[in-house]
Write a protein that binds this ligand. Structure first.
Ligand code: ADP
Ligand code: MG
Length: 193
């Protein structure tokens, strides 16, 4: 795609939907088109790497790592303006405070092609407020689905499992002891006891 000018694009869906892959692809294409582009990601997402955005299929790209605070949001704006980036991608955008919505929208107003990628719903099935707000303000939305690990149908939700069992609604955000994991699930197989 050619650079659309000031534009806010949101990539969303559950875990394993290919959000990070799609974000990297879009950024890379802009780089091939000689646009000055950069990726940002929150420090909280240090699953595989400190200074790269890494997808579940191993695809990786260099990224600025910023804290999930208002200061971190300020860093994104500051770096983008200082370096004159024409395109920026923000992965795991749902982890940032609400102030990121206005910050990204302002960058788009100023001519930057902003691509924000983030989870649609938390493990309980409730919307992430940042993603929800970005979705209605976006110029374009890319809504991706994963594959349900139970039935193979399109998955729109992220199932949290603790020691292999569906995590209850009131389960602690940070776990001590038990092993947890996440799976992509369709509406029918998304279970929140
Ligand atoms: P996201 O950022 O949305 O979590 P990624 O782009 O990091 O997704 O990874 C997508 C990749 O995850 C797919 O290309 C596929 O290789 C892998 N994958 C693992 N489990 C699933 C699943 N249940 N449905 C679809 N893809 C899956
Ligand atoms: Mg991802």
């Amino acid at each position: 795609m050619v650079h659309p000018g000031g534009f806010l694009e949101v990539i969303t869906g559950p875990m394993f939907a290919g959000k990070t892959t799609e974000l990297i692809k879009r950024i890379e294409r802009q780089m091939f088109a000689k646009r000055k582009a950069a990726l940002f990601k929150p420090t909280i997402d240090n699953r595989y790497s400190e200074d790269e955005v890494v997808a579940h299929n191993g695809l990786r790209y260099e990224a600025f790592v910023v804290p999930t605070t208002e200061e971190g949001v300020g860093r994104i704006v500051e770096i983008t303006k200082r370096e004159g980036y024409e395109v920026i991608g923000v992965d795991e955008v749902q982890f940032f405070p609400m102030t990121i919505v206005e910050a990204l929208e302002r960058l788009a107003d100023e001519g930057v092609y902003v691509i924000a990628s983030g989870l649609n719903l938390d493990f309980k099935g409730d919307p992430f407020p940042v993603t929800k707000e970005l979705l209605v303000r976006a110029d374009n939305v890319v809504y991706l689905t994963a594959v349900c690990t139970v039935c193979g149908r399109p998955a729109t939700r992220s199932q949290r499992l603790i020691d292999g069992k569906p995590a209850p609604k009131n389960s602690p955000i940070v776990l001590v002891g038990g092993r947890e994991s996440y799976e992509a699930r369709c509406r029918e197989h998304h279970i929140v006891p």
